[in-house]
Design a protein around this ligand. Sequence first.
Ligand code: KG4
Ligand code: ZN
Length: 354
Amino acid sequence: MRSPIVLGIESSCDETGAGLVAGGRLLGQAVASSMDEHARYGGVVPEIAARAHVHSVRPVIRRALDEAGLRLTDIGAIAVTTGPGLAGALQVGVAAAKALAFALGVPLYGVHHLAGHVAADTLEHGPLPDPCTVLIVSGGHTSLLLVRDLARDRITHLGDTLDDAAGECFDKAARVFGLPYPGGPAIDRAARAGDPRAVRFPRPLTDAPGHRYDFSFSGLKTAAARWAEGHASSGLPVADGAASLQEAVADALTRKAVAACAEHGVGTLVVVGGVAANSRVRSLAEERCRAAGIELRVPPPRLCTDNGAMIAAVGDLLVRAGAEPAPLNLSIDSSAPLEHASLHPVAATMKQVA
Ligand code: KG4
Ligand code: ZN
């Protein structure tokens, strides 16, 4: 049987995304970003993001369909991010998904945003090997996971950040360096002209007992702020600061991810999320995986940052695994922990009972 065309809708933060996936293949996608509207506030303003989703969700779905050469009635299932993320922003995507699923008479699936980041890689490199180690590095999350069957099995957390996420560290450090928002891409660009050995930024939790695979980035953020303050009168060597900070983040992330693969006897590392777009994170992961004989998979940058295709990819996996669709009273969970790829009220009730 031909597998149905799954529409994925993403609206958890400042990107409105729609993607169409069938049988593991990306057919079309479109993204609209409200990033420019947040830039002057130095961070995402939830109300502005939610309003922008209202304006963008229909045109974005239209553009994804046009890119794929498909019509609304070709859609066979709908997947939508139900959490984690900004409550008002998530509501817009979920409302759109429910309305469309109801109107088209197709099944609806609630998807965990971070599972979407993981599934993004399948659109570029095919099915994930079972098991694989996944490093998720985004603006709000930093986790090292052991993933088996993404659609069926519970996800194991090997480690998580104890405080800030890696992307948050980039965004906040960029601010004290006087770089524009969003900080990650700005640091990546500025770092090209800098010396990564110029500043000895700390490598937190490198040998901390009990925290082998956990991360901590708030100390690094503070160190970056102190360093910037120290240069206030003499002019800030921004390129050196950016390159050194980027090196510290890339070092911490890749060191632990490669060690986790070795210890668990896992042959594949998958690096996903917005920070996986960082050039040094990519090159250092490449270097260290090659040295350790580990296969590295990193999606292309456009599939690393938030998009709808990754949510469609999870929906497609769920459909093909025969997962139960969500009821139409599906609700958002803005702080959903990452346990399963699908996020349904049924799963939430089971969690409360357990
Ligand atoms: O996954 P994502 O698009 O949204 C979340 O789910 O959070 O990640 C956004 C994060 C932001 O912190 C942004 O600064 C960071 O990813 N980011 C980067 C780069 N591109 C995006 N960080 C470092 N280097 C980049 N090239
Ligand atoms: Zn994300």
